[in-house]
Write a new protein. Sequence first.
Length: 558
Amino acid sequence: MKRTLFILPILALITATVALAKDDKLDAPPDGITPTTATVSQILKHYDAAVGQLKAGVDDTHREVWHFSNAGLAGTETLTRKGFDFRSKIVAGPVVDEYGQFLGHRWHKDPNGYVSPMEAPDPTSFEMLIFMRNFGDTEDTKNDVKVIGEVADPHPAYVVQITRPNYKHPEWVFYDKNTGLIDEIVNAIYTTRYTATYSDYRPTKGLTQPWHIHVTDGRAYLDDDFMRQSLTIGEPVDVRDFITPSDTPAFATYNGHVEIPARVISERLYFETGLGQYQPFVAPTAVVRVNINGRGLDFELSTGDSGSYIDWDVAQQLGLSANGHALRMPDGTPIPYDTIVPSMQIGGLTLHNFAMRALRFNYHIGGDTQVVGTLGYDVLKSGVFKIDYDNGKITLDPASAFDSGQPVEGAFSIPLHFDDGYAFLEGLLNFHFSSAILFANNFEISFVFGHFTSRYPESVKDTNGRNHSSAVVPFADSGGYGREAEVWLSTIPDLQFGQAHFISYYMLGTDADEDYGGHQVDAALGADFLKYYDMYVDYPHNRVLLKPNKSFFNAFHM
């Protein structure tokens, strides 16, 4: 939940103890290992002979189709590759994602038809192949590799332990004693241990690969399963298929200038600075009234979200399922899923067959307003949204109305660049340049993240010197919307964005690293800053226009 902002001091000793216990479990070798006399070189010799290699003269091109099941939901992926270039189409019921890369430029086309650049691989694109990327770890000379024994079950196999530089936990690779191929890989990601099993190996053009991959963390209801349906290697491919495609949105309809039914609700929030002292902040939230199936619902218009989200329980009440399934863990905990909303009415704006992510998300603001979702990048790119924080109004205009270089008198323009739907801008944090500042009005208070605070600690000092608190960073992931981090109150001596220049500006600092899309985020420019402007969110032209409002002049007496 977004608004559990500040209040609980971190119990560092307990946290450290729990983390240590988890590490002990994650670092323990798998069960059932007995001694062996086999060596790494012997194992790799058998493995290399079993895997084989592409026949001479065969081009490095691949076309393949996979069927998959993720937490019980089925889908297909069609993948074409040539060297490092690729195009992937993932279909799960009515939800379609496409990913690609051409000459080092990566992109993602979301289920609503909008395309955004990407700066790093996404685990969703050719996920089944990502589970095979560890196949070369034993032969990587940078890794510490040793044979720790063999197992008899479920197949006789040698076990190789690999410790990779800069990785917290080791991994274990099981090489089949009879075939020489990899049966299983066990590794840890964050605090969870995963087992991937590989089977149904088949040769194609001299190269032997698994056609069945199964991944589990011990909870069967969350398992991933991948079955290859077809594979051709060496056939010609048209590299034009890899080029970044055009936007093809068809979900939004409106006629000219639209007044959006909305309110801006401001709350006074207090951040604990220690010794019984609190720092007040006034944070506005742009709330939009949405009608779905005759039910009026409140959503936040959010510049800091790469997509749009709806609360899991509300989605169930509206009959929005995941291919007919209501996904829950055995204890009843909701499992996030993608769904399609047939029709959403937002005043004069209608969204048809609109894809959203259903996850745990709801909070109250202003005492009686329950926000049950966000409207993010995909909605914002459908035109130019003006958020008038002073007067509590939101309007929408076609992108064509803002084609000129200076469409708003008295406003200045800040260029935006995107990473998988996340909007970033450039600025100076205490004279340190950063191009990784998230444009995020869904953050109540502006943040500076660990990627920056670790490099420039003198610029983000704790105003109290030592007291840290707990805050929820609004970030949607597989678990829900929001992630708790240890934070402190800091005064940034000098803050500059475009023509905006602030001295001694309060921001929350944290040593937690945040990556949005593939981007290492230095800071998030939140609502406490943006409230001083009439804000024109012009995603179609890759910019935001800021015009100082009455609150700006009242606060800074210019």
